[in-house]
Structure formats: structure tokens, C-alpha cells
Design a protein around this ligand. Structure first.
Ligand code: PLP
Length: 398
């Protein structure tokens, strides 16, 4: 006997992975340079040199027993304190190392936060379109997802719809801004409106509703747009952060949960996250990467490349007649399927060797996601294929 649910997860790849694997096969057939793979959110910009230098100097420090040893389950105290001082300075909001639990990236921060705050039979609100793994992470806890669509066009949260979706069984809501897949950055007024609803509903149902702020793209913003720091607005917030995108380290698996010091049951929530990490078998976040982080605080990969890619796509795809959502952050462009059929659009794009993910896997139909965290040359070379696709779909003249 095996666990059928786990078998299903392991045997069916996500649509994003499916397309990525197709791309690998196709590249072997027709040459790497002839396939325009926009499927994955794997950063193309190298990490800052200081990250490599920190890792090398730690390895050369001669202290390999403690360097490679287990740390405290919640992470090295000095590392947590250093991250906490940075957060306090950057956001003008005092947090301490004891509010932080270091994790194996944002994915583990999410599974720990959800496992800690959500019980079987409860509900978690997801704002569509959403990162597909949320559904997997929520359902593993025995809870179910309740999907609330964002407002078409701006892709800001629809606060009235959130109000109607909350029931006495709502344990948490996941808010992801800057957003994957739309690139939207939720405005301060949207955040304040969500907070008002959560406070109202928490009072009505006599329970704390947790806001899980998934923020791996926090620093990836354009045109100086402001990303509200949610713990300032809502007490029962857990921030899930990761260095995967900001430092281009997705394979190294390092991030954290920050339990707001103002959370009503702060210590209980924090200890429940420690318990979740234990139950999930994480033990501790990778020691070498933990210890490299204090040397890299305040550093980011060169994000100007993503901005250049964004501008290039925005200008040209609009000119070809496509409707796109202007991204304010992250490195994804949401493009409308001209006839509303996202699957058919993605399939048609494939015929032009363009690999873009149909939006249905993000819980939203009618669009596709273009991950533009690729080399600028790939976009330049792909533009004729996008033009040909537009012509094929009757958007611009041949
Ligand atoms: N949340 C969102 C919205 C993401 O896009 C991703 C990865 O692409 C993650 C979480 C997982 O990030 P990590 O690699 O840090 O686990």
C-alpha cells in the first residue's frame, strides 16, 4: 500500500514542469537556440559576487565541524539576529531574532506556516491567479482551499469577494505581492481593505485569521513602486520570505518565516511553526547558507536585466496586438489569450517554439504566463516568433 494522494502528486507533473520537460526534449531535437523557454521562474541573473565570496571564505575558515553541523532547529541565533536588525531598519518595524524561523526557502516557510496555523477541515483563502503549489501545501494539512478571483485588469484583490468567502472555518489567507503570475503589486489601499475585512471577520467569528504574506519577490519591483510591509498593518501576519529570487539562489534553499511580534498568540504561533518544521522533518535550514546570509544582507542580484526584459516584452507584444498586464514586480508577464482559451493559446505558442504556461494552472482562465527571468537575447530572438503568433491569431497584419 502506498499513499494515493502522494502518488498522484509525484506521478503527475505540474503544467509548468511538464512544459519545461517538453522544452528540454524539444531543445535536444531542434537545438537549444531555437526553443524560447519562458516556463520556469529560475533567475537568469547571477548572484552577487559577495555571496560566492562569503561561501568560499566560510568554507576556508577551517571551522568545518561547526560550519557543516546542525544548527538550532529555528536557525543560528546570530544569523536570525542579523536578519532581524535588517528587517527592523528596512521597514521601521521592530522585530527580533526570536520572531524568525529559518527555512528551506519560501516553500518550506509556507508549509511550516500553514501546518502551524491550519487544522483539518478548515479553509484557506487563495487569491487567483495564485502560485499552483499553494493548493498542494494547503490540502496536505487536511484543509481545503477557497479561491477568490482578483479583479480582472488590475489584478488587485477583490475585497468584497474576500469578505463573502470568509466563514467560521477560515483559518488563513495567503497574500502574494509582488505576484506570481501577474506581476501585480498590491496597493496599500488594497492591503488596508483586506486587513479591515480580516479584523471584522475575526471579531465576528471569535477567532484569529492568519495572513500569510508570501514574499519571495519583495525586492523585485519596478518604477520605485511601494510594497507595503504587511506586519505594520495586520497583527496576525506571518511573512514567508526567501533569498531564491532576490539573491538568485533558488537551488540553495534558504528563507524564513517571520511571525509578527504583534501576533496575538505570538509565542504559541512561533512554537507551532517550530513544531511544524519538526513534524515535516526539516531539522534545520542548510547551515552553510544560513551563515552566508549575514554577509549578503541588503545585497540583491542585478535586477535591471529583468526590467529591460519587461520593457522589451511590453512594448513589442502590445505593438503586435496582444493584451498584457503591465507588471509592477516579480518577473512574470500575464498575457491574455485572444479568444479566452488559455490552453489553446499555449498550444498554438508551442507551434512557434514559444513555451508559455496556460493560466488555468494558476486557478484562472483566459491568460498565459511568460517568465521573463531569461537572458535578454532570448527575448530579442523570440520576438519574431511572438509576431508570427500574433499574425496566426489575426491580431496584426502579415
Ligand atoms: N512562492 C511563490 C509565489 C513562488 O513563485 C515561489 C517560487 O517560484 C515560491 C513561493 C517558492 O520559493 P522557494 O524557491 O524559495 O521555495
Amino acid at each position: 500500500m502506498i499513499n494515493d494522494k502522494m502518488y498522484a502528486l509525484g506521478s503527475q507533473r505540474s503544467e509548468i514542469r511538464e512544459l519545461f520537460e517538453y522544452g528540454k526534449k524539444r531543445k535536444a531535437e531542434i537545438g537549444e537556440e531555437n526553443v524560447f523557454d519562458f516556463s520556469l521562474g529560475n533567475p537568469s541573473v547571477p548572484c552577487p559576487e559577495e555571496v560566492n565570496e562569503a561561501i568560499v571564505s566560510l568554507v576556508r575558515s577551517g571551522n568545518s565541524v561547526s560550519l557543516h553541523g546542525y544548527t538550532s532547529a529555528q536557525g543560528d541565533k546570530g544569523v536570525r539576529d542579523a536578519i532581524a536588525s535588517h528587517i527592523s531598519r528596512a521597514h521601521g518595524f521592530e522585530v527580533s531574532g526570536d520572531d524568525l524561523y529559518l527555512t528551506v526557502g519560501a516553500a518550506a516557510a509556507l508549509t511550516c506556516s500553514l501546518t502551524a496555523t491550519v487544522c483539518p477541515g478548515e479553509e484557506v483563502i487563495l487569491l487567483a491567479p495564485y502560485f499552483p503549489e499553494y493548493k498542494v501545501f494547503v490540502e496536505r494539512t487536511g484543509a481545503s482551499v477557497k479561491v477568490v478571483k482578483c479583479t480582472e485588469g488590475s489584478f488587485e484583490p477583490d475585497v468584497d469577494a474576500i469578505r463573502s468567502a470568509i466563514t467560521e472555518r477560515t483559518a488563513a489567507i495567503i497574500v502574494n505581492s509582488p505576484n506570481n503570475p501577474t506581476g501585480a503589486v498590491y496597493s496599500e489601499s488594497s492591503i488596508k481593505a483586506i486587513v479591515e475585512v480580516l479584523n471584522e471577520k475575526s471579531r465576528e467569528y471569535g477567532r484569529d485569521i492568519y495572513l500569510i504574506a508570501d514574499e519571495p519577490y519583495r525586492e523585485l519591483v519596478y518604477d520605485g513602486v511601494y510594497v507595503p510591509f504587511i506586519p505594520k498593518y495586520y497583527d496576525n501576519t506571518i511573512v514567508c520570505y526567501s533569498y531564491s529570487k532576490s539573491l538568485s539562489l533558488p537551488g540553495e534553499r534558504i528563507g524564513y518565516c517571520l511571525v509578527s511580534p504583534r501576533a496575538h498568540e505570538h509565542l504559541r504561533v512561533y512554537l507551532a511553526i517550530c513544531g511544524a518544521g519538526r513534524a515535516l522533518g526539516y531539522v534545520c535550514a542548510p547551515s552553510l547558507l544560513q551563515k552566508a546570509i549575514p554577509y549578503c544582507i541588503g545585497l540583491y542580484s542585478d535586477l535591471s536585466v529583468y526590467d529591460k526584459n519587461r520593457q522589451l516584452l511590453l512594448t513589442n507584444l502590445t505593438e503586435y496586438g496582444f493584451e498584457v498586464v503591465k507588471p509592477q514586480g516579480a518577473f512574470y508577464l500575464f498575457i491574455k489569450a485572444p479568444d479566452g482559451n488559455s490552453k489553446a493559446f499555449s498550444e498554438e505558442a508551442k507551434k512557434h517554439e514559444l513555451l508559455i504556461v496556460a493560466s488555468d494552472s494558476f486557478g484562472y482562465s483566459g491568460y498565459a504566463r511568460i517568465s521573463y527571468c531569461v537572458k535578454t537575447e532570448q527575448i530579442e530572438k523570440a520576438l519574431p516568433a511572438f509576431r508570427a503568433l500574433a499574425e496566426r491569431l489575426g491580431l496584426c497584419g502579415e
